[in-house]
Every structure is written in structure tokens, then in C-alpha cells.
Design a binder for this molecule. Structure first.
Ligand SMILES: [Zn+2]
Length: 221
């Protein structure tokens, strides 16, 4: 299962997993389970006075305490990505509305089932089931099927009131798969490597475990 996202930052419009706050400490967030009134107010105005909805004001920031780790994603569990008949380790997307004021980004979302990254030197970073942030670049797939996009948004915010806080034209999505060469930035803790107690003399003595959302950069090759 991909990590559930339970709230959204009103400024970055990033969907946040349970217990996570936006990395910009000054930003406010609201629960996705309720009527999303604070989000609707941000998007459409307090008196619903905006002609054009307001998109994200800023982007989420990599935490200053994050560690960078480069390597390949190891084989592991996958799940079915939103809106697609495709299995993946993780995904990230942006919901775009070209007519929006400010910026066209109405929502950033992303999650993983959890994965491990193995570095060239044998070190390992474990990313548990959490939120994923990725640059949505020219490799992103573009989804414009309104029924599919609407179904995904309704699942994310099942009781959001009107006017709908996620007006959209399209969704841009990238996915993560085993064998992808990536750099992951995340706040991580060091744990003893269970392999170190075995006969593997070359096994590293510790592994890194990400403790929050992962910023993933996917390299070609
Ligand atoms: Zn934010």
C-alpha cells in the first residue's frame, strides 16, 4: 500500500502523510478527510470571489537536515499507481489547471510502498512507506481523462465541499521502479545492519533509514 496522505499544505499544495507537516514551518495545512474549507477559502477566496482559482504559491523545500544518497532501487514490493493500470514502487504527480492564478499547480502528491536504495559501495538507504517528492520533468506522463482524474481526487479528499478545491486540466505523473538510478534526499537515522552479524565480512555495519518524506531525483542510466 502506498502511504496515505491525510493533510495538505495550503501554500505548497503538497499532500502530506499522516503526522507530517510541511517543511516550511510557517505554512498551514488542513485535513483531507473533512470538508477542506480552509483549502477552498485559499483557492476560491473567503467569499468565493475569485474568477480564477489560486494555484500553489510556493514549492515544498528539502529539509536542511536531509542526507543525500545515490544508488539503485532494489527489487521489492510494488502497488498499483493512481489512474493507471501499472505497478510501481512509488510515484509523484502534479495536478495542473492552466487558467489558475499564481501558478497552475493545484496539488502535488506522491507516495511509495517503501523501498531500499543500494549505493555503489554497498551501503543501503531504506525508505519506508511515506510521501515522495519528485521533479515533474519532461519524462512525466500526462493524464487528461477527466473521469480517472476525478476518481483519484475524490479518493484523496472524499468529503471536500464545493466549490471543488482541485480544478484541473491534466495530471503530470512520474513513477519509480526497481533498478532506477536515483538520488534520495531525506532526513535519515543510522541503524545497525542486520547483515553485519552474519558471515558477510564485507557487509556494511549500518544502514540509513529515512524518517520522513523522500525527495527523489531520477537519473538516466
Ligand atoms: Zn508548504
Amino acid at each position: 500500500m502506498f502511504a496515505a496522505r491525510t493533510s495538505i499544505c495550503l501554500d505548497c499544495r503538497v499532500a502530506l502523510p499522516d503526522g507530517e507537516a510541511c517543511t516550511w514551518l510557517s505554512h498551514r495545512s488542513t485535513a483531507l478527510a473533512g470538508d477542506c474549507a480552509p483549502l477552498i477559502e485559499t483557492v476560491w477566496g473567503r467569499a468565493r470571489e475569485r474568477d480564477r482559482p489560486l494555484g500553489a504559491a510556493t514549492a515544498p523545500m528539502v529539509p536542511v537536515t536531509a542526507t543525500g544518497f545515490r544508488g539503485r532501487i532494489a527489487q521489492g514490493p510494488t502497488a498499483r499507481v493512481p489512474m493507471r493500470d501499472q505497478q510501481a514502487v512509488g510515484w509523484a504527480l502534479e495536478v495542473w489547471h492552466h487558467e489558475a492564478a499564481g501558478s497552475p499547480i493545484m496539488l502535488r502528491d506522491g507516495a511509495t510502498v517503501g523501498f531500499a536504495v543500494t549505493g555503489d559501495d554497498g551501503r543501503m538507504l531504506v525508505v519506508p512507506s511515506t510521501g515522495v517528492r519528485m521533479a515533474i520533468d519532461e519524462r512525466a506522463g500526462i493524464e487528461r481523462n477527466r473521469r480517472r482524474i476525478g476518481g483519484y481526487l475524490r479518493e484523496l479528499a472524499p468529503r471536500a465541499a464545493e466549490p471543488w478545491p482541485f480544478p484541473f486540466d491534466e495530471v503530470r505523473m512520474v513513477v519509480l521502479s526497481a533498478e532506477d538510478l536515483v538520488t534520495v534526499r531525506a532526513v535519515a537515522s543510522v541503524s545497525p545492519d542486520p547483515r553485519a552479524a552474519t558471515a558477510y565480512r564485507d557487509a556494511p555495519r549500518s544502514i540509513l533509514i529515512a524518517t520522513g518524506p523522500a525527495w527523489v531525483e531520477r537519473h538516466t542510466g
